[in-house]
Design a protein. Structure first.
Length: 267
């Protein structure tokens, strides 16, 4: 038996796709033949990513939008539809994070993260629905272990990502009858990312993180991309409403202890 994952003539939209894990996902789909659209707040990052995707041989476009602004998200997605047609795959991964205890952040700090991660995901999914291929589209939200593991200095992220996973599961119910599959992927600690720069900022915490992963290595953006490729392909055609950890086993125990160490860094 041989397995081929081929996204030739498929349109893949990656929101928050201009750096780190999400950009890695976009690049992996490009390597597998897809045409790509990416979006984030910074026009410079969008331009840079679109150029890189074209270098990989993909047809690519992008738009700058803040996922907190539903009108901007809608306008951007409409432009993608007008250029590329219906969406086969939607990846929603825009997020914000900083370590802060509940008493160490303002209400606006908590709100900013919930608005980007949770409301942003809802805006993206609701606005994209008109353009999703029915039947056949696959939506993947990028979640985090914070969705189900309570962590000090992460109440905002834990609340937001738990919400993301519930939106995933609810919309899998609502959109399943239209042939749209909706899943979350929950990455472990991924090397060379903004997320790890913020949560494991010292060599000591980085080492502790490594030791806390059962597979004893950090993940790479490609590991998350591979899970998205699988979910979006025929191989994942009966998978919907799930949250899939792609984390070397980290969520089983290590994620909590690493967060405990990280939380010592904030007052
Ligand atoms: P990152 O490089 O900072 O990626 C975040 C992306 O979202 C960027 O493209 C950013 O671009 C965009 N973005 C941020 N705020 C936005 C907004 N308000 N509107 C539109 N776009 C926005 O971080 P990362 O570490 O790779 O994380 C990517 C995803 O993986 C996130 O969902 C994160 O929660 C999840 N995750 C990461 C890790 C990890 O180890 N890094 C672990 C678990 C889960 P602009 O700045 O241009 O807006
Ligand atoms: N500790 C406590 N509060 C913090 C903070 C920190 N380290 N960093 C930001 N905040 C607060 C700000 O003080 C502000 O609250 P205030 O208006 O009451 O002062 C609030 O968060 C919003 O910050 P602001 O910088 O105005 O928001 P923004 O919308 O420009 O940025 C963030 C959103 C804060 C999430 C920013 O870190 C960001 O853009 N992150 C995207 C990249 C990222 O986090 N990548 C990792 C993904 S896992």
């Amino acid at each position: 038996m041989s397995i081929t994952v081929d996204f030739t003539d498929k349109t893949v939209v990656v929101i928050g796709g201009t750096s780190g894990i999400n950009r890695g996902i976009a690049e992996l789909f490009a390597e597998h033949g897809a045409r790509l659209a990416v979006a984030s707040r910074s026009q410079d990052k969008v331009d840079d990513t679109v150029a890189a995707l074209r270098t990989l041989g993909a047809e690519a476009m992008g738009f700058a939008a803040d996922v907190r602004e539903v009108a901007a998200v809608k306008a951007g997605l409409q432009a993608v539809y007008e250029n590329f047609g219906e969406f086969d795959v939607l990846i929603s991964g825009a997020a914000g994070n900083f370590p802060a205890r509940a008493l160490g952040m303002s209400a606006n700090g908590f709100r900013a993260v919930v608005e980007i991660d949770l409301l942003g995901t809802f805006h993206v999914m609701q606005s994209a629905h008109t353009y999703l291929k029915k039947p056949g589209a696959s939506v993947v939200n990028i979640s985090a272990p914070q969705a189900f593991i309570p962590m000090e200095a992460q109440s905002h992220v834990c609340a937001a990502k738990a919400g993301v996973d519930m939106v995933t599961r609810c919309l899998a119910m609502e959109w399943g009858p239209q042939g749209i599959r909706v899943n979350s992927v929950s990455p472990g600690p991924i090397d060379n990312t903004e997320g790890m720069k913020r949560l494991a900022p010292t060599e000591e915490i980085r080492q502790m993180t490594l030791d806390s992963v059962p597979l004893r290595r950090m993940g790479e953006a490609r590991d998350i991309g591979n899970a998205c490729l699988f979910l979006a392909s025929e191989l994942g055609s009966y998978i919907s409403g799930t949250v899939i950890p792609v984390d070397g086993g980290w969520a089983q125990a290590g994620a909590g202890s690493m967060a405990q160490a990280m939380s010592k860094l904030v007052p």
